[in-house]
Design a protein. Structure first.
Length: 339
């Protein structure tokens, strides 16, 4: 029997705990180390998702120097990502890093050559590529089921906005929220050549005060004339609104919102009544996070990259930067997919 892959977790905030739960859920992984400067959170995460052998430190360097991990997951604040990826490369430890790589493209590019040349697996946490519904649509589009893809429509609305403290350091809606949709778009249409974006302040004075938008609409154009539209909002009264539609010359494929069950109720007060949609991304994308980790572990085993990589993280940030500029200036921004 193959020994479980020993995972070191760096960062134990909300997303760190999501990854810890995925490590705990897979038979092929074990939580070997947990690190967070707020060490109480590291101890709590280790106790909940690890075992008696799980070690804890306030310093990520201890994890990478331990020789006791086969891979690390970086779930710490965005400003630490580039440094920790670089340190993982130095230690020869495969790394799965949460998005975005950084908020500053110059910092991303400073590590770009090392990342390109590295034999170590670098994976970026664009978990929606592993959502079973989205992945099935992508498979069938690639199989030619709808012919040439003409239009991809992505809807992504959160149930409610994050707190003011998070908004202030998020990098703005395009780098924080839409960046997932940019990667989803690129998984269907890798070569995007222009970005037109508009942002709006429709309901949150708190977000407006942070000089950010609470809603956005984006149009992307692919190199072969494909159109991609992205609709975002920081609130949705009916739950986590996550839909996708692929339209082509021979038909359309669509993913609707998910609820905990598909049971419908029929009565005098209504017909076809359903349970509410999932109200949080953790529930909606629980399978995606688990499958993302599983793909990462398989890649460590055979060296075949299955996850989005460093270049994918950079490309999504390029689109986010272009959208930020487009919304601010009211212009369409040309991008070079080969740059």
């Amino acid at each position: 029997m193959t020994a479980p892959t020993r995972i070191g977790l760096i960062g134990t905030g909300r997303i760190g705990r999501v990854h810890a739960a995925s490590v705990n859920a897979l038979d092929s992984t074990t939580l070997a180390w947990v690190s967070d400067p707020f060490v109480d959170g590291a101890y709590e995460t280790a106790a909940r998702f690890g075992d008696a052998q799980t070690r804890v430190s306030a310093d990520a360097a201890d994890v990478l120097a331990s020789g006791e991990v086969d891979a690390v997951i970086v779930a710490s604040p965005t400003a630490t990502h580039v440094d920790l990826i670089g340190r993982a490369l130095e230690a020869g430890v495969p790394v799965l890093c949460e998005k975005p790589v950084d908020l500053d493209l110059a910092r991303v590019d400073a590590l770009r050559e090392r990342a390109r040349e590295a034999r170590t697996i670098i994976a970026l946490g664009f978990n929606r590529r592993f959502d079973p519904q989205f992945a099935e649509v992508r498979r069938r589009v690639r199989a030619g089921e709808i012919g040439r893809l003409e239009h991809l429509a992505i809807t992504s609305r959160d149930p409610q906005p994050p707190g003011a403290g998070y908004i202030a350091v998020s990098g703005g809606i395009f780098r924080d929220m839409t960046i997932h949709d940019f990667d989803t778009a690129r998984s269907f249409v890798p070569d995007i050549v222009s970005v037109t974006a508009r942002g709006a302040n429709q309901f949150s004075g708190e977000i407006a005060a942070a000089h950010d938008y609470d809603a956005a609409a984006v149009v992307l154009e692919g190199a072969n004339g494909e159109l991609i539209t992205i609709t975002n909002s920081r609130h949705s009264a009916y739950g986590h609104d996550q839909r996708l539609e692929a339209f082509g010359e021979r038909g359309m494929l669509r993913v609707e919102n998910l609820a905990p069950t598909s049971v419908q109720r029929f009565g005098a007060d209504g017909v076809e009544a359903r349970e509410p949609y999932y109200d949080f991304f953790l529930e909606r994308y629980a399978d995606a996070y688990r499958l993302e980790l599983q793909a990462f572990v398989e890649s460590i085993g055979d060296g075949v990259a299955r996850n989005p990589g460093y270049e994918d993280g950079r490309a999504a940030l390029v689109l986010a930067d272009a959208a930020t500029r487009s919304a601010a200036e009211g212009v369409t921004i040309a991008v070079d997919p080969a740059a």
